[in-house]
Design a protein. Sequence first.
Length: 175
Amino acid sequence: MPIKSLIRTVPHYPKQGVMFRDITPLLKDPVGLRITVDELVRRYVDARIDKIAGIESRGFILAAPLAYALGKGFVPIRKRGKLPAETIGHDYELEYGTDRIEIHTDAIEKGERVLLVDDLIATGGTAEAACKLIGKIGGEIIECCFIIDLPDLGGRARLEKHGQKVFALCEFEGD
């Protein structure tokens, strides 16, 4: 079963003209979810990874079971003010302003190899900010992993321009 068939397109969400790619039908399907996690496990089972970082919030849904299956630690990257201990943050630009993501300062040791996971890569702003954050605390990104790539929005190219490797299970043309 191709997982792409379980990803719903919601027109004009969250605003007019946007075609939102919704993974909730994929997540609620036990076979689709298993296939998704199993494909990622197969890709990374032999990779030298120390930690798996997931970007809030849908990135958590994939990163945690992947970390469990691979026997690695899971690191949450969250929005401002959501982590309870000492954090370091990174501000980044959005179409309509700025946002900030944070990570615990003790989440990753200097030199640890980190797989970054999220559900989707669109413009790449959040993923780029997460990569910079992980780098600030001494981690080395080995790859940025997504279920969906929206290549027309340029996120993959943006990350690759900064030397990041990018992997996605499927892609949707258009925006």
